[in-house]
Design a protein around this ligand. Sequence first.
Ligand SMILES: [Fe+2]
Length: 198
Amino acid sequence: MARPDSLQRFIDATRGAFFAARPHDDACAAGERIFAALRAPGPIETRRPASTLPVCQFLSAAIANARAAGGTAGEVAASLEALLPLLAWHRRAGSDSHGAAFHDGHANAWAIAPNGIERRSDVIVGVTLTAPRIRYPDHSHPPEEIYVVLSDGEWRRDGLDWHAPGMGGAVHNPPGVRHAMRSGPSPLLAVWCLLAQH
Ligand SMILES: [Fe+2]
């Protein structure tokens, strides 16, 4: 099955927003690797998922906020809204060990992943959503990671203190670096992409 138009539009909008944010050289190189890998589609599974979570109560307002901002972030938000019927939301594995606030205050949806709309493991593309005033735990992983930010919220990584990329901002986490994010008084919404090491 061909890649759905809504998924292609979401990938294109995410790519456009990432490079429009003028990321630094290392981040730019990561983005080029990720979006080059995504040129070739993988197997598609479009059976409509049924899962939703309590934190999804914040999703409509977060998308509307990003759409209202316009520009490249607005385009990503519009493409995300069109993709919602195909997205299932999940808690982070082990989220109950980080307290009730995080357990019910964060969710991921995988657009491209072994259990996503496009089923592959070389590149993983997801959406992260948190309720207000939630801190995502410090973590690290071998794949390098980029984000396109669609809300307020702060990111950190070892060697780089908390900072707010801002609406449409880009974030890059090199392979294995410890990193985290947190929301302030409003929900945090972002698209992230992981590239497995070759
Ligand atoms: Fe991460």
